[in-house]
Design a protein around this ligand. Structure first.
Ligand code: EPU
Length: 417
């Protein structure tokens, strides 16, 4: 198991390129199941979660070939229909296979993702929507079993806008009989990206990016070529890091329009941000100002950057209030940040942060992907050396993070424990 070592105190300087978005790559790979033949996917990040979905789909008979700059996904023959516990337990997003497998094979057996560090994270809305489309679903021995002899379009209303739920239903609906309307759909850029991919496959989808998506089923899907959007969470992580280290960083290959709420908060913290079509420049202030943040579905401030922004607020001048409204337990980084000298008080879903002049390096434990990133950011500004343990969480969702930070001048390296 590796640990990340960081000696803090160096302002980040230079240029960094953002990788493809994990949360767009996973549904794009899953969507390849929908039609026989070879798909070409570009800008797929090298991540553990991507390896996991590839492993599951390989077991289903899908063939993956790596090329320079793209991967080929050949779903000519789909012979299996099960996603086993051993793999699903390492990545909840495996549930994304449910919709496309049902659509392609009329059968799916996916290990029910359990709770995870950040909350209970049920999939009841995915299951309810698929049942409304005519799927026969039952839970047995920890697995969701689903069968269908032909899904039917219908109107689905999500109580909560769910990102992977919306994606699952989009993938189930593109080959269903008739029209599906998803109301209170998620509006995240990853939804639009999946819709783009599905349209390239021949699907009829309208309204993606709004809260009502309508899909006209078709039997004529074919493989496609698709370029996955840049990772807005990775870009946001670099923007926050640049601000908090008082650095000067240009973040290339990103989409600033996906980061409006984040840019607004980074600017409010005192940083100077210049936006171009596909890049951002962030110049950090000499003193970070405190800023309140409330996580919201897109276009609000993303829950996936809450922990990183909290690390920034730990060294701000004054108090800030951080409210988490998406997941019920997404403050697990707080006790580790406190070990580095942060002063944070939690009350329900609110964290009151009292900024300190400086954090101190300490051994800390990563508990989930974004919490790990927040500890790395705290390490970049702490006095002395920080050791972040269990960084396999980071490898799930950040491509070569330490190499990218090191290229910006950070003193950061990986060690075997
Ligand atoms: N929810 C339900 N029932 C459901 C589905 C969701 O109650 O059937 C609730 C959840 O418990 C949560 C809220 O609805 O309170 C929103 O959850 P959502 O379903 O949107 O989350 P997700 O689809 O499981 C995706 C990302 C997460 C990101 C969230 C929110 C992927 C693969 N994962 O998860 O990414 O935090 O949307 O934006 O797209 C990460 O990358 O670190 C990560 C956790």
């Amino acid at each position: 198991m590796d640990k990340m070592m960081i000696t803090g105190g160096r302002p980040l300087k230079g240029t960094v390129k953002v990788s493809g978005a994990k949360n767009a790559a996973l549904p794009a790979i899953a969507a390849c199941l929908l039609a026989p033949g070879k798909n070409i996917l570009r800008n797929i990040p090298r991540l553990r979660d991507v390896d996991t979905i590839r492993k599951i789909m390989t077991q289903l008979g899908v063939e993956f070939t790596d090329h320079d700059g793209f991967i080929e996904v050949d779903a000519g023959t789909v012979k299996g229909y099960a996603a086993p516990y051993e793999l699903v337990k390492t990545m909840r997003a495996s549930i994304l296979l449910l919709g496309p497998l049902l659509a392609r094979s009329g059968r799916a057996k996916i290990s029910l993702p359990g709770g995870c560090a950040i909350g209970e994270r049920p999939v009841n809305l995915h299951l309810k929507a698929l049942a409304a489309m005519g799927a026969d679903l039952y839970l047995e021995h920890g697995y969701v079993n689903a069968r269908s002899s032909g899904l039917k379009g219908t109107t689905i209303f999500f109580d909560i806008p769910t990102v992977t739920g919306t994606e699952n239903i989009m993938m189930a609906a593109v080959t269903a009989h008739g029209n599906t309307i998803i109301k209170n759909a998620a509006k995240e850029p990853e939804i639009k990206d999946l819709a783009e991919m599905l349209r390239s496959m021949g699907a009829f989808i309208e309204g993606d990016g709004t809260d009502t998506i309508s899909i006209q089923g078709t039997s004529g899907l074919k493989p496609a070529e698709h370029f996955v959007i840049p990772d807005r969470i990775e870009a946001g992580t670099f923007a926050i890091a640049a601000a908090m280290t008082g650095g000067d960083v240009t973040i290339e290959k990103c989409r600033p329009e996906h980061l409006t709420a984040v840019i607004e908060k980074v600017e409010a913290s005192g940083a100077k941000v210049i936006q171009n079509e596909d890049s951002l420049s962030v110049k950090g202030p000499s003193t970070i100002e405190s800023v309140d943040v409330k996580t919201m579905p897109f276009p609000g401030f993303p829950t996936d950057l809450q922990a990183q922004f909290m690390a920034c607020m730990c060294i701000a001048k004054g108090w800030s209030m951080i409210r988490e409204t998406i997941f019920e337990n997404r403050f697990i980084h707080v006790s580790e940040l406190k070990r580095m000298g942060a002063v944070i008080e939690i009350n329900g879903n609110q964290a009151l942060v009292k900024g300190q002049n400086q954090l101190q390096g300490a051994p800390v434990m990563a508990t989930d992907l974004r919490a790990s990133a927040s500890l790395v950011l705290a390490g970049l500004v702490a006095g002395g050396t920080t050791e972040v343990h269990r960084i396999y969480h980071l490898d799930r969702g950040y491509e070569a993070l330490e190499k990218k930070f090191a290229a910006l001048g950070a003193s950061i390296w990986r060690e075997k424990v």
